[in-house]
Design a binder for this molecule. Structure first.
Ligand code: TXA
Ligand code: MG
Length: 358
């Protein structure tokens, strides 16, 4: 059966997918992937930019489409945990244990790579990052394509990660062959990247699965790697050294342990910028929003629900771009649970513009 699909700048849009049509749509998209094309797909974290992870020319196209630095490695997506053995030279028992607990889900495991995994995919490293996503559309696509898919977040390098197909098209229409629309991503921040080699697990990027959850399963500490840009040392994960998640306007992040001081500082910055004639976007919790006034207040959710706050972050940053605000003032949160991933993304979006009070 021939289905007429909408395109934007030549990029096919696979939308209106239902459980009944999923396998047909996945098969059509998989055919593009098997021919060396690029198709963006939904995951529970953010949308990924899919392409054959084992073909250096395809991987090169992914880097070009995103404008991504070549030394920043890609995550390889699979649909069955057993595929780890096809990609990794060695799979420690702890990796199987974590896979059993958290896959499908927002955890990426860094393992020693096999020779056939191209260095183009791994940014020149001898390790490979592997993830099994929890989204029916992603899994149907991976199964139909029957190849491991490289899947960086489907945004232009440096921009906020996409949590809807519309976000993907904002950045990549005309640069990729297609996008599968699976609705908004639920987690909204990327997977936790965990280096599990050498018997001492450490988190390279905080994400949807917390250090606490990993520690509970492994029954030992799971530190979060710290790395300072100015240290002169190589970062544990190349992604750490690049600018990320940047909205168009400069973002000021206000952190405080004291709720009153936090609110006072948010209000003061808003007024200062407004007095300078700037259009100010406020990125805050519902608790703070109740105490603020202004046209460009975006509420992420309740301070009591870090997962809810995190799930709305990237869409909010893109919304400020659409509204063309000139400066963004963002509220900081506690680092408990997925709050660590949320604050990690907010700090990256802020760069040096972090203000601590109290
Ligand atoms: O949730 C996610 O992980 C999403 C969805 C689409 O799966 N993907 C994603 O990919 O966030 P990307 O490319 O935007 O981020 C991958 C991160 C980068 O910070 C990269 O440096 C790190 O993972 N990474 C990839 N391979 C690595 C490796 N072998 N060693 C250390 N870090 C690695
Ligand atoms: Mg990314």
């Amino acid at each position: 059966m021939h289905v007429l699909r909408e395109t934007i700048k030549g990029t096919l849009i696979f939308d209106g997918i239902t459980p009944a049509t999923l396998s047909r749509e996945a098969a059509a998209a998989a055919q593009i992937l098997r021919q060396g094309g690029l198709v963006a797909f939904p995951t529970e974290t953010v949308y990924g930019l899919g392409g054959n992870a084992l073909q250096p020319q395809v991987v090169a196209k992914i880097f070009r489409a995103k404008g991504r630095p070549m030394d920043n490695p890609l995550i390889v997506h699979i649909h069955e945990a057993s595929q780890m053995s096809d990609l990794a030279a060695e799979v420690p028992a702890e990796a199987w244990l974590l896979a059993k607990h958290f896959w499908p889900g927002p955890l990426t495991l860094v393992l020693q790579k096999q020779d056939h995994v191209p260095r183009e995919t791994t940014g020149g490293l001898d390790s490979v990052a592997i993830r099994l996503p929890a989204h029916p559309t992603a899994l149907a696509l991976l199964r139909a394509a029957a190849i491991p898919l490289a899947g960086p977040s489907a945004n232009l390098s440096g921009r906020p990660s996409p949590t809807t197909a519309a976000h993907v098209l904002q950045d990549l229409a005309g640069r990729i062959e297609g996008v599968l629309d699976g609705g908004p991503s639920k987690v909204g921040v990327e997977s936790t990247v965990l280096d599990i080699r050498g018997g001492s697990p450490r988190i390279l990027r905080p994400g949807g699965i917390t250090a606490q959850q990993i520690s509970t399963v492994l029954q030992r500490d799971c530190p979060v790697a710290s790395w300072v840009q100015t240290s002169g040392e190589a970062p544990p994960s190349p992604g750490l050294k690049y600018l990320h998640y940047a909205p168009q306007a400069p973002l000021y992040l206000v952190k405080s342990h004291n709720a009153d001081q936090l609110l006072a500082k948010l209000r003061q910055l808003q007024q200062d910028w407004q007095q300078q004639g700037k259009r100010v976007g406020m990125l805050v919790s519902q608790e703070s929003a109740a105490q603020l006034q202004g046209d460009d207040i975006i509420v992420l959710g309740s301070r009591q629900q870090p997962a809810d706050l995190a799930s709305h972050l990237f869409a909010a940053l893109r919304e400020f771009d659409q509204r063309q605000v000139e400066v963004i003032v963002a509220e900081g949160y506690g680092a408990a649970g997925v709050g660590l991933a949320l604050m990690n993304r907010l700090e990256k979006a802020a760069g040096p513009r972090v203000i601590e009070v109290g």
